[in-house]
Design a protein around this ligand. Structure first.
Ligand SMILES: Cc1cc2nc3c(=O)[nH]c(=O)nc-3n(C[C@H](O)[C@H](O)[C@H](O)COP(=O)(O)OP(=O)(O)OC[C@H]3O[C@@H](n4cnc5c(N)ncnc54)[C@H](O)[C@@H]3O)c2cc1C
Length: 507
């Protein structure tokens, strides 16, 4: 969750969301309704427009609040606070209750505004690993579409090429070496779809909303798409054995139903799962509104302040995933005052799908109530946690020897210790840290913003993202990953949204 100098450039300036297609009464009918205007929903809307689709309506529960990334709008300090002290973010919203706190509490939540978390993300774009995609859970047809092999360009290659162009021609600072040996590991630059604001300490990560801006800085949806903000989907409208629209609360408080041929849930994993569980129950294909399989990444790391001349140059690095550990190692080096640097190291690993990690809700009348989230670690997850800690200890022991730091052992507390979570990397805390003494931290589940897996392709959904038990209903975003792998989810989420757009436009 740390920001580093990205690569490309864009002109300074913010954009006002004032263009056509964003205001007015909620239409009574649309061909395709997309629920949620965050990373997956905006990408799907844009790709549907590019495919020539018409009658697309994007519904977003939050307001239009500028479509600019927080690291463009705010200073680095303020942007970091918005993420790690979310009470200070007016758009932070956690619509669920955790039945297994402290997991899915704290900084775990949505950013309820048009753009969602796509205006907060760090642009790290890694494909899912072969070992994850080869697992039987991922449908073979989707793996082929993502990675190639059927004679057509792979979605990973196409999206990576677009994001590279968007970023100004490179996904990392070309000044960084392609290989950096440190701490007994060989690091590569970490790919990030980001560009820098010239002359300022500001940057932004890729957003599908670029296509919503015209030359005059006005913002509006692309051709074929309209959007309504402050418009919350209350329930999927189910009748005659299919999804036939969405019940919404409009900006003026009125409740109305939008009829649609196709409804695509893109409301973030927990909210999409809550709406789907209710719809499947209303259609009598699920006994109660409860679906398992929710997972997040298991992430642990440490921070330490060291002499800058003993460390690699400032930047973001990674060591590709280890298939046995099902985790990848990331290292960020940040300047930290004259002659010093902050070394921020983390291991990101896969939490396995578990039927006991659940999103459920009560039903009041014909509407779903708020979600309740529970998460459980499997024995394999606990082994992964222990193995990640061994990796971090070995790495630190070697790095300490290389940098001349005292061999202070790296100590961890119990997994799920809210006093040693990922807010440890906040500048206010690291500044108070003694030089050369590492401090470990462990993310609480649900706080990496990588939650997914609860509407899996190949099980609840077919390989066209359609719910097999409820025609007319679809989903996109990390919710649909049958296995998370270790990679950050957004490259795959963008690729799958674009693939889904092609399928829906052709239908
Ligand atoms: C600080 C930060 C850094 C990150 N960095 C990275 C990174 O570097 N790489 C990476 O791969 N991922 C990263 N992520 C994760 C990434 O942003 C998420 O995985 C991604 O945004 C999920 O996409 P989504 O569309 O499913 O959800 P969101 O982007 O959260 O969008 C969901 C939208 O649905 C709306 N909504 C919810 N319920 C309703 C409803 N009932 N009706 C209407 N609208 C509704 C919400 O308001 C929201 O706008 C980061 C996230 C954060 C917060």
């Amino acid at each position: 969750m740390s920001g580093n100098p990205p690569t490309g450039h864009r002109p300074v300036g913010t954009h006002q969301a004032t263009g056509p297609g964003l205001t007015g009464p909620v239409p009574r009918r649309a061909r395709i309704v997309i629920v949620g205007g965050g990373l997956a929903g905006a990408e799907l809307a844009g790709a549907l427009s590019s495919e020539g689709a018409t009658g697309v309506l994007l519904l977003e529960a939050g307001p239009v609040a500028g479509l600019t990334h927080i690291h463009t709008t705010h200073s680095p300090q303020r942007a970091t606070e918005l993420v790690f002290a979310p009470d200070s973010d007016p758009y932070f919203h956690r619509p669920w209750r955790s039945a297994t706190p402290p997991h899915y509490t704290g900084i775990s939540g949505l950013r309820r505004r048009l753009g969602g978390r796509s205006l907060y993300w760090h642009g790290v774009v890694l494909p899912l690993e072969d070992w994850a995609l080869r697992a039987p859970e991922w449908p073979a047809s989707i793996v082929t579409a993502l990675t190639g092999g059927d004679g057509t360009p792979s979605w990973y290659d196409r999206v990576t090429a677009d994001l590279t162009r968007w970023s100004g021609g490179a996904l990392w600072d070309p000044a960084l070496p392609t290989r950096t040996a440190f701490g007994g590991e060989e690091f590569r630059p970490l790919p990030r779809a980001c560009r820098r604001t010239p002359g300022a300490d500001r940057w932004e990560a890729y957003t599908a909303f670029d296509a919503w801006r015209d030359a005059d800085g006005r913002t509006g949806p692309p051709p074929g798409v309209s959007a309504r903000c402050d418009t919350e989907a209350l329930a999927v409208d189910v009748g005659g054995g299919r999804a036939r629209g969405v019940v919404v609360r409009a900006a003026d408080g009125s409740v109305t139903t939008v009829a649609a041929d196709t409804v695509v849930l893109c409301a973030g994993a927990v909210e999409s799962t809550r709406l789907a569980a209710h719809a499947l129950t209303a259609a009598d294909v699920l006994p109660e509104p409860r679906l398992g399989g929710l997972a997040d990444h298991i992430v642990q790391g440490f921070v330490v302040r060291l002499p800058a001349d003993r460390l690699p140059p400032p930047g973001s690095y990674h060591v590709p995933t280890d298939p046995v550990l099902r985790s990848y190692l990331r290292m960020d080096v940040h300047p930290d005052g004259p002659g010093r640097a902050l070394l921020d190291v983390r291991v990101t690993g896969e939490q396995l799908p578990n039927p006991d990690s659940v999103v459920e809700c009560e039903v009041s009348g014909s509407r779903p109530g708020p979600a309740k989230v529970s998460t459980e670690l499997l024995p394999e997850d606990r082994k992964l946690i222990a193995a990640q800690r061994d990796l971090l200890r070995d790495f630190w022991a070697t790095a300490a020897a290389e940098t001349g730091a005292p061999k202070t052992p790296l100590e961890f507390t119990d997994f799920g210790d809210a006093d040693r979570d990922n807010t440890r990397v906040l500048p206010d805390r690291t500044r108070a840290q003694s030089a050369s003494r590492p401090e470990s931290w462990t993310s609480l589940l649900g706080t990496e913003d990588h939650e997914g897996g609860s509407l899996p392709l190949g099980r609840l959904l077919d390989d066209r993202h359609a719910f097999t038990a409820l025609p007319g209903l679809y989903a996109a975003g990390p919710a649909v990953f049958p296995r998370l792998g270790a990679a950050n989810p957004s490259l795959t989420a963008i690729a799958l949204s674009r693939r889904l757009a092609g399928l829906l436009a052709a239908a």
